[in-house]
Design a binder for this molecule. Structure first.
Ligand code: 5GP
Ligand code: ZN
Length: 114
């Protein structure tokens, strides 16, 4: 755990979140500032700064996060239409430097994003 990392604190339970799923490796919780009717985040409990820091060692874990994102999306009724986003770097809007998968759905979304 990184002591000054917000998502490590959520992962450890030190800061509360609206949890949708938890196991030994990962956690899913609702985004505090939702950008769609359904917007949740999937994070590993392990601190990884962002998708650009993922190596082969973490590949299985990241794959499990994607699989879980789909499971939860189906449970929430957005299985037929959801968007996964992972920001890497402040230049593209990353504000929390603990890897997280955004899952958004429940409204039409254009492509490419603005
Ligand atoms: P980023 O911009 O780094 O890709 O995404 C960070 C996300 O974390 C944002 O969508 C923001 O709303 C969300 N967030 C920031 N602080 C908190 C918090 O304390 N609790 C929850 N549930 N979400 C947060
Ligand atoms: Zn962290």
């Amino acid at each position: 755990m990184s002591s000054d990392c917000l998502f490590c604190k959520i992962a450890s339970g030190a800061i509360p979140a609206a949890k949708l799923y938890e196991d030994d490796e990962m956690l899913a919780f609702r985004d505090i500032s939702p950008q769609a009717p359904q917007h949740f985040l999937v994070i590993p409990k392990q601190h990884i700064s962002g998708p650009g820091a993922v190596t082969a060692t973490e590949a299985e874990l990241v794959g499990k996060m994607v699989a879980r994102a789909g499971e939860i999306a189906r449970e929430l009724g957005i299985g037929e239409g959801f968007r996964l986003v992972m920001n890497n770097g402040a230049a593209v809007g990353q504000t929390v430097f603990h890897i997280h998968l955004h899952v958004l759905g429940g409204r039409p979304m254009g492509w490419p994003p603005g």
